[in-house]
Design a protein around this ligand. Structure first.
Ligand code: UDX
Length: 436
């Protein structure tokens, strides 16, 4: 099929490359010339495992092109809108300006029978509004939320755990959209991927409901960590024990510095704002508590470091290991790790931070921070070490080797990801979150 993908960020770049890899002819469009230039040369502007290989193969095969000109979307049968919906400045609501701009710019290039597919995470009601804009062109609008996780984005796009079609209300339009979806996702469907075909509102809500649930699960275990901290209990053992109940499940029960990234935090806030507009604010009022618990964990890590330093971080050398919001990503949007580094720096600590991939992005946002070129450099002469992103390389650090380099022998494990016995065995004072 001929496809266009509007917006080539974390979502769009992966979608474009993944669709080309399964045989579709794809043009990716973005307003950022630098991004397009990199992508067109087969270079990934983001760190995402597997993406560079897919981009190169796509570009070399001729099935994957990139452009800054929206006119290049003409001729495609499906147009995926994958632009960002960040949090609005000064509000909890989602900022829809990029979605609106993308759809408006696309209108002159649409033909009757085309399908415009929204993939961005939007407040419920957005698709119905956009469908009215699209209708005069003879194209139809559908919604198709994605659930890709950064770090696994390629795999999640090619072999998703479910597909959701948000189809238009008119049966003839729904049939057009459905046929297009079935064709574009034929490969995933042929392997038995579960499919939920529904209307706009459900499709829009599925995405925010899923993210709200995941955020709630993480904040639930972090709330248990807060209780564990005053009762000498161990939250990781608690998580293992409740996780054996198949109804609960162990995944997303890792207590630590909390969730961040470009989705979970802003999506629960936007959901709260939209529910309030709908007169149902109380239905999701608990999400404010979920957000509050989550943000408290960042402060908790900072407080622990200060406490371990004897009450003041001023002029103390702090090695911060991790800046990305999670491992295998260079994304620092709403990153708990970066917040901890910035917070400690603000308290007068001499912070030296390292992350295997996220240093350039962190430096752009916080040029006042000092960055190391390696974990070893970051910990050299440090009074204390703080791990805030659970990169494999940090989990694999040899406690004895690190001890040779540091001044102090205290490690704060903000992700509960280190081998406690190994660190304590090597003479370290190990401090986890919600564990004795
Ligand atoms: C999330 C959703 O998982 C995905 O389905 C959606 O499409 C986009 O948002 P992502 O932002 O890539 O994906 O990250 P995810 O793996 O969900 O992790 C989110 C945050 O939660 C990270 O900061 C992670 O470190 C944190 N987390 C996750 C925990 O603190 N504990 C856990 O047990 C799991």
């Amino acid at each position: 099929m001929k496809l266009s993908v509007i917006g080539c960020g974390y979502l769009g770049a992966v979608h474009a490359a993944a669709m080309a890899s399964i045989g579709h002819e794809v043009v990716g469009i973005d307003v950022d010339p630098a991004k397009i230039e990199a992508l067109a040369a087969g270079r990934s502007p983001i760190f995402e495992p597997g993406l560079p290989e897919l981009l190169l193969a796509g570009v070399e095969s001729g099935r994957l092109r990139f452009s800054t000109d929206m006119a290049d979307a003409a001729g495609a049968t499906m147009h995926f809108v994958a632009v960002g919906t960040p949090q609005k400045a000064g509000s909890n609501a989602a900022d829809l300006r990029y979605v609106d701009a993308a759809v408006t710019a696309l209108l002159p290039h649409l033909s009757a029978g085309d399908v415009v597919v929204g993939k961005s995470t939007v407040p419920v009601g957005t698709a119905a509004r956009l469908a009215e804009l699209v209708a005069p062109t003879g194209a139809v609008l559908a919604w198709n939320p994605e659930f890709l996780r950064e770090g696994f984005a390629v795999q999640d796009t090619i072999a998703p755990d479910r597909l959701v079609y948000g189809l238009p209300p008119a049966p003839e339009d729904a049939a057009v959209a459905r046929a297009a979806f079935d064709e574009v996702y034929a490969q995933a469907l042929s392997t038995g991927t579960p499919l939920v075909a529904t209307g706009y509102s459900t499709a829009e809500l599925v995405k925010v409901a899923a993210n709200a649930f995941l955020a709630t699960k993480i904040s639930f275990i972090n709330a248990m960590a807060e209780i564990a901290e005053v009762t000498d209990a161990d939250v990781t053992e608690l998580a293992d024990a409740i996780g054996y109940d198949a109804r609960i499940g162990r995944r997303f029960l890792n207590a630590g510095v909390g969730f961040g990234g470009g989705c979970l935090p802003k999506d629960i806030r936007a959901f709260t704002a939209r529910a309030e507009e709908l007169g149902r604010g109380e239905s999701v009022a608990f999400l404010k508590e979920v957000d509050a618990i989550n943000l408290r964990r960042r402060q908790r890590v900072i407080d622990l470091v200060v406490e371990e330093l004897g009450g003041s971080a001023y002029q103390k050398r702090v090695a911060v290991l991790g800046l990305a919001f999670k491992p295998d990503s260079d994304d620092v949007r709403d990153s708990p790790a970066l917040d901890v580094a910035v917070g400690l720096n603000g308290l007068g600590a001499e912070v030296l931070a390292f992350d295997p991939e996220a240093v350039p992005n962190a430096r752009r946002l916080h040029p006042q921070l000092k960055f190391a070129d390696s974990a070893e450099q970051a910990v050299t002469d440090a009074d204390i070490v703080v791990v805030v992103t659970e990169w494999k390389a940090f989990r694999a650090l040899d406690p004895s080797a690190v001890a040779e380099l540091t001044a102090g022998k205290t490690i704060v494990d903000g992700r509960n990801c280190l081998d406690v016995d190994a660190w304590r065995g090597a003479g370290w004072r190990y401090v986890g979150l919600g564990r004795p």
